[in-house]
Ligand binder design. Structure first.
Ligand code: HEC
Length: 160
């Protein structure tokens, strides 16, 4: 190719690439602006509220009980089961994962919630990645917000 053509052609290509880069940068900036528009705090609050509603939902089980039956006041107060004291759930989420004698294994908070659903409430276990299970974990965890994680602490077990 003649030099006369090569120089203007290179120039045009350089300009084109510059324009493409600018467009991509502007596009990605608008994308992150859109992402920033999502109120992440509000989204979390919504799910915590859904969990709180589920905490009072008797349809999770088949005995007419909700979580609130044994963990009164949304779990903020201590309760009772068959004459035994059940501690309030403040800080409970911050003790998981932990070893449970009932399962003889280390379980997550989600699995603990399911234990209460399947055992005393005689309900069907929630799939761990279902919106219900996530909402219940979010609500129970909200009762430990700001607290120090102490994995394995057994202070929430039944007391005589
Ligand atoms: C019939 C009574 C009863 C109902 C209903 C019940 N629980 Fe429990 N829950 C208990 C008892 C008893 C314990 C203590 C058991 C233990 O320490 O192993 C407990 C413990 C827990 C703990 C803390 C465990 C720990 O080791 O810190 C969580 C979290 C919990 N329950 C969540 C729930 C949720 C969520 C529901 C509703 C889906 C629910 N529970 C319904 C009786 C109940």
């Amino acid at each position: 190719m003649k030099k006369v053509f090569v120089i203007p052609l290179t120039f045009v290509i350089v300009i084109l690439v510059a324009v493409m880069i600018t467009v991509t940068v502007i596009e990605s900036e608008t994308m992150s602006e859109k992402e920033a528009m999502v109120d992440t705090e509000a989204e979390l609050k919504k799910v915590v509220e859904q969990g709180k509603a589920l905490f009072n939902d008797t349809t999770l089980g088949s005995t007419g009980m909700s979580c609130n039956s044994c963990h009164p006041n949304g779990g903020t107060a201590g309760g009772e089961m068959m004459g035994m004291k059940v501690k309030d759930l403040h800080g409970a989420a911050a003790t998981f994962p932990k070893y449970k004698n009932q399962t003889k294994s280390v379980i997550t908070l989600s699995q603990m919630n399911n234990m209460c659903i399947t055992m005393p409430m005689k309900g069907r276990a929630l799939k761990p990645d279902s919106p219900e299970a996530i909402a219940l974990v979010a609500y129970v965890t909200s009762l430990s917000n700001g607290m120090k994680i102490e994995m394995g602490e057994d202070m929430h077990s039944m007391k005589k």
